[in-house]
Design a binder for this molecule. Structure first.
Ligand SMILES: C[S@@+](CC[C@H](N)C(=O)[O-])C[C@H]1O[C@@H](n2cnc3c(N)ncnc32)[C@H](O)[C@@H]1O
Length: 224
């Protein structure tokens, strides 16, 4: 007769839900490097779904790029919208997050993880880029480099989607940070005007965010 039959399959931490673990890891990484991670929490499902809005089902194989996947909050939505012949490259700078992503997506054959900065990524011909980079944390020069790179590696009919957190206008006041943010906004608006931008607010996110959706060559799309 077995009197004590308590079976502990895994320590309590591993019984936590995956999303709780992702949130915890994200927070730890933020505390270690707030400027690179740029946010306390991963994106909500509502935000992730908006970011993939321009992905279209097609018989041809499409090539997508995700930059700054973190713990995969947006990656999951991209994968859900991909067709069987589509592929996804993801570029993540943080080695700990890359380790988590490799484990999480180990069975995903059409996904390739690149552990590097977007600056050092040189593949091209993408049908769509979904970027979660915290652009407002970076220098103006770096943001300009990122935009130039994105539009260089996109196919003529490709889309770019990214987001930025909504912040009170007072932050753009006369501080050094405010001046830098203003220049970054000007740069974003320049690319937005050139590439037929649509901006949508997602309130169901912490903090609320603006999703910015751009087409590289809107005239070409209209002509198809
Ligand atoms: C705001 S988090 C977004 C995470 C996730 N996509 C989400 O929405 O929850 C930004 C991510 O960008 C990554 N990152 C920052 N700078 C990067 C760079 N230069 N190249 C690639 N990834 C970078 C960070 O490590 C982090 O995972």
């Amino acid at each position: 007769m077995q009197i004590f039959s308590i079976e502990i399959k895994e320590p309590p931490f591993f019984q936590l839900t995956q999303s709780f673990k992702d949130n915890l890891l994200f927070l730890v990484q933020f505390l270690r490097d707030p400027l690179t991670i740029g946010s306390l929490f991963p994106s909500s499902k509502a935000l992730a779904n908006r970011l993939v809005e321009l992905m279209q089902v097609s018989h041809e194989s499409k090539r997508y790029l995700e930059v700054g996947p973190g713990t995969g909050a947006v990656t999951d939505s991209i994968l859900q919208k991909m067709g069987p012949k589509d592929t996804l490259d993801i570029v993540e700078l943080d080695p700990d997050l890359c380790r988590v992503l490799r484990k999480k997506y180990e069975n995903c054959k059409n996904l390739k993880i690149h552990q590097k900065s977007i600056e050092d990524f040189h593949e091209e011909n993408f049908d769509g880029i979904v970027s979660s980079l915290p652009l407002n944390q970076f220098s103006v020069d770096f943001v300009e480099k990122v935009f130039k790179k994105y539009f260089k590696i996109m196919k003529p009919t490709a889309f770019l989607s990214y987001y930025e957190y909504k912040y009170p206008k007072i932050m753009t006041a006369l501080t050094e940070r405010g001046r830098r943010l203003k220049k970054i906004q000007t740069l974003k608006n320049f690319y937005g005007q050139k590439h037929h931008e649509r901006i949508e607010t997602v309130w169901k996110n912490l903090p609320p965010a603006n999703v910015r959706l751009l087409m590289k060559n809107p005239n070409l799309i209209a002509a198809v």
